[in-house]
Design a protein around this ligand. Structure first.
Ligand SMILES: [Zn+2]
Length: 378
């Protein structure tokens, strides 16, 4: 999806608001603790602290006649009795810590952790383009099957524009050019436009693309449309959905392990995994799709310099604060544009290598479409 950050921002915003009182309450609970350590007697009457586990001979001996009734100090008193009594006293003052008991739960936890670690290591791979390390344990065939099923469900509950509609025709044409250079023969690419006023688009695994009609409020040329289509198709090529499924399973296992051993940690678990892992990971995926989308549109002979314009339009009104950006699934527009600008030269070179002579015609056709949009209407 192009933008769904506002929903998450709201969610975390309310999270923070509802728990704002927790911090002072906790601090209040911590503060009295040092007071209990203070003695009511003046410092000169206080005895030095003694470690009951390691009594020093020089300290322990003078205390014995004063504190123990049996140690009268009378002549003839057996020294063995003194030793025995000292041992008894020592036993009374010793506070033995509870012994650690190894249980079956611990065995399951250790064996499970080792097994999970080995499983994760054997399912690590590098993401093409970015070289990022990730977990992947979903086969491409499974992913494509899931995408196909979900796509049919989405179309069934949406109002799909007819294939003859100008939006559908533009999407089909740009999409087929992107698909032709995607180098994914196993994908069955499909492109549909649904009636939805929100500016958005999505691609499901296997190359199933859905574009909202609202996107055409900001899209002027086919090159701009190719930037969006390239981005969405890149999510499918880079297998971002399968990646989410893969790490989702590992996070679920960790969650249940914590529930069994620590207790109900749902709130903290969700908060930590979202902020520390899922949201940053999602933003990385978006930047990867932006970069690969740029390459795809260049290979398909669209002008890559249109991409920053599109993301500038998409980011209009993006006034997220630093915290808002951190709690978002998508990077801020400025970061996306900066990322695209960084790879623009590479994309221009690819276009020059792949499309000598074709780019002028593509630009001309896009220009004509944008000047006379009604001419291409059904
Ligand atoms: Zn995206």
């Amino acid at each position: 999806m192009i933008r769904s950050w506002s929903l998450l921002t709201r969610r975390f915003g309310s999270f923070a608001a509802s728990n704002g009182c927790c911090l002072p309450a906790r601090m209040g609970a911590v503060r009295p603790a040092p007071c209990r350590l203070l003695s009511s007697s003046p410092w000169w009457q206080q005895q030095p602290p003694q470690n009951p586990s390691f009594p020093r001979k020089s300290q322990a001996q003078p205390l014995i006649p004063l504190t123990s009734k049996s140690h009268s100090g009378k002549p003839g008193h057996d020294s063995r009795d003194n030793d025995r009594n000292r041992e008894d006293d020592s036993n009374h003052t010793n506070v033995n810590p509870p012994r650690f008991q190894w249980s079956r739960q611990h065995t399951i936890l250790v064996v499970g952790s080792v097994g999970l670690g080995v499983y994760v290591v054997f399912h690590l791979e590098r993401v093409p383009f970015s070289d990022r390390l990730r977990i992947m344990d979903v086969t491409e065939a499974t992913e494509i099957e899931l995408g196909e099923r979900h796509y049919r469900q989405l179309l069934a509950r949406s109002k799909v524009l007819p294939a003859s509609h100008v939006f559908s025709r533009r999407v089909a044409e740009v999409g087929s050019r992107i698909a032709a250079v995607a180098d994914k023969p196993q994908f069955k690419f499909e492109f549909h436009v649904v009636e939805d006023p929100s500016v958005n688009a999505a691609c499901l695994p296997g190359g199933k693309v859905i574009v909202n009609s609202g996107l055409f409020r900001i899209i002027e040329t086919d090159a701009e449309l190719s930037a969006v289509m390239g981005h969405e198709v890149s999510h499918a090529i880079l297998r971002h959905s399968a990646e989410k499924l893969s790490y989702g399973k590992i996070l679920n296992i960790l969650y249940y392990a914590l529930m069994l051993t620590v207790g109900d940690v749902r709130f903290f678990y969700n908060l930590i995994t979202q902020i520390a892992f899922e949201l940053p990971n999602s933003r990385k995926m978006e930047l990867e799709a932006d970069r690969m989308g740029l390459i795809l549109m260049a290979r398909a002979c669209y002008d890559p310099s249109s991409a920053p314009k599109v993301f500038r339009k998409l980011g209009k009104g993006d006034s997220r604060s630093a915290i808002g950006a951190y709690l978002s699934t998508h990077p801020v527009s400025d970061d996306r544009i900066q990322n695209i600008q960084k790879h623009l030269e590479e994309a221009m070179q690819i276009r020059a290598d792949h499309c000598s002579g074709n780019e002028d015609f593509a630009a001309f056709r896009s220009g004509v479409r944008s000047i006379f949009p009604s001419r291409f209407a059904s």
